[in-house]
Ligand binder design. Sequence first.
Ligand code: NAD
Ligand code: ZN
Length: 260
Amino acid sequence: MRAATLPALPAAAARAADFMIQPLSAQDRVFVLTGAGISAESGLPTFRGADGLWRGHHVQDVATPEAFRANPEMVWQFYSERRKRHATVSANPAHFALVELERHLGERFFLCTQNVDSLHEQAGSKRIVHMHGRLMQTRCSRETCRTKPFEDDRAYLSRAEIPTCPQCGALLRPHICWFGEVPFSMDRIFEQLRICTVLLTVGTSGVVEPAASFVRMARINRARAIYIGPEEPANRPFFDEVLLGKAGEVLPKLVKELAG
Ligand code: NAD
Ligand code: ZN
């Protein structure tokens, strides 16, 4: 992941939550991109919203392979706290609205989330990829090791508790795409960006790459691009429609309009 620098283009008009959106046709294919904002109303803080600090560390300094090599205990404490917090939260109306949209569209729906939480799955989403990994999965820290990530909700608070790989003996790590690492499922994501006719982006600030550039990629093939969130994203000029408001309030209405 890295920060984006986007050239300025003429801005599209932003609208309040009372909108009228053209319903989808039988040919439309919808690519949905979600970020931390969609889980904010469930009680999971966005990093930027929570001032980006954890026990005096910048989140960027905890979420790196270098941090894990230098201090695996500190990194596991950070993710263990997030796992515990995750156990106390539930999917909100925005997550459920996307399940509704998926039911309506079937295989013409694709959900790509930057979130590592499992709230989309908890709501019932099926056609989903987690480009930044899963908080509730663990994998081997050795790049060349072929053992697969596995479901894991445990907390590891001391060095002695951190488990090792049964195949190669390396420390196990959270299945998360850290800063400087390559996001997951990119081939599938690029293919879906190529064929979508509508791009729905929800609750992401538009500064974390490569996700910040998805809107430009989708627009190469003239997809209609809609953004939903309480403030304009950094890549706002690339959107046809910017619907200002909370995801939990705007998305259920939008899905009704789109589904006709
Ligand atoms: P981000 O860059 O995705 O920014 C958060 C965005 O959410 C902001 O643009 C903000 O305006 C918007 N937002 C806030 N409340 C909202 C609401 N109620 N409805 C809709 N939008 C809302 O996220 P970040 O926090 O800077 O995170 C950077 C990276 O870390 C991303 O990959 C992000 O997804 C990940 N992250 C994931 C989780 C999670 O899994 N729940 C939580 C924090 C961060
Ligand atoms: Zn291994």
